[in-house]
Design a protein around this ligand. Structure first.
Ligand SMILES: Nc1ncnc2c1ncn2[C@@H]1O[C@H](COP(=O)(O)OP(=O)(O)O)[C@@H](O)[C@H]1O
Ligand SMILES: [Mg+2]
Length: 249
């Protein structure tokens, strides 16, 4: 299998108010082209920080990361057009309509106008937002916002999708809609890397799952093997096996 992301000894340290926080601690892994790769782990494990480095938003403190063969530090401009990001905190403009939000993203990525308008119409229909296209997104429900965020991150037809907690806080219908989108984009050949707190979601969707704890990857395999290795009935038990029962804040 061909790696599309290569992470080698990645460490990310934050210094804030005199404190040093090692958010990601000497992590190495590959993501293969065309797979659905999940990252699970308690709050503060380092999932979002890893995403930020992989998506060129933060520089590694030490170690190296290649995305589609390009170095995240030296060739970030080559990586950005190839990736689509759904951040943990929504990044829509509330005073723009759904369509305007999508056009803004398309224009940022220089998508030709005709192609962009066709894609926008298709995607709005795909996620059931065609009749809300001209409403301000500030008034959208959480599920509508998230469906819009997901399609706004594919408007430039990226190869690799990064979704950070795409289904947190959403109703089961919206979560299932997100799962369908994940499968659809994956079937089109896109690689998807996502984080989740829903173990069932990771189990259903992922080819492989990385378990993160305290800045380290403590397990990485397909869901079935993880269950076998830990004698877990389900991924929730696997999760507790690797990350303990203590509550994190
Ligand atoms: N910009 C930042 N400055 C300082 N500390 C940060 C910053 N971003 C994240 N952290 C800290 O790094 C650790 C990992 O955070 P994060 O990557 O957001 O974890 P996760 O996404 O797994 O919940 C946490 O202790 C968090 O408080
Ligand atoms: Mg996070």
């Amino acid at each position: 299998m061909e790696p599309i992301i290569e992470v080698r000894n990645l460490t990310k340290i934050f210094k804030s108010r005199g404190r040093t926080i090692t958010a990601v601690n000497d992590v190495s892994f590959d993501v293969f082209k065309g797979e659905i790769f999940g990252m699970i782990g308690p709050n503060g494990a380092g999932k979002s920080t890893t995403f930020s480095v992989l998506t060129t938003l933060l520089k590694p403190t030490t170690g190296s990361v290649k995305v589609a063969g390009f170095d995240v530090e030296k060739e970030d401009d080559k990586i950005r057009p190839l990736i689509g990001i759904v951040p943990q905190k929504l990044s829509l403009y509330p005073l723009l309509t759904a369509r305007e939000n999508l056009e803004l993203m398309g224009n940022l990525y220089n998508v030709p106008k005709k192609v962009m308008e066709e894609r926008i119409d298709n995607y709005l229909r795909l996620v059931g937002l065609e009749t809300s296209a001209d409403r301000f997104t500030g008034g959208f429900s959480g599920g509508m916002k998230q469906r819009l965020s997901v399609i706004s991150a594919v408007i430039h037809d990226p190869e690799i999708l990064f979704w950070d907690e795409p289904s947190t806080g959403l109703d089961p219908q919206t979560r299932q809609a997100i799962w369908r989108l994940a499968r659809k984009f994956n079937a089109e050949g896109k690689t998807l890397i996502f984080t989740t707190h829903y173990m069932e979601e990771a189990d259903n969707l992922c080819d492989r799952v990385a378990v993160m704890n305290l800045g380290k990857i403590v397990a990485l395999d397909n869901p079935e093997s993880l269950k076998e290795k830990t004698r877990g009935k389900n991924l929730e038990e696997v999760f507790i096996h690797f990350t303990g029962e203590e509550v994190r804040d």
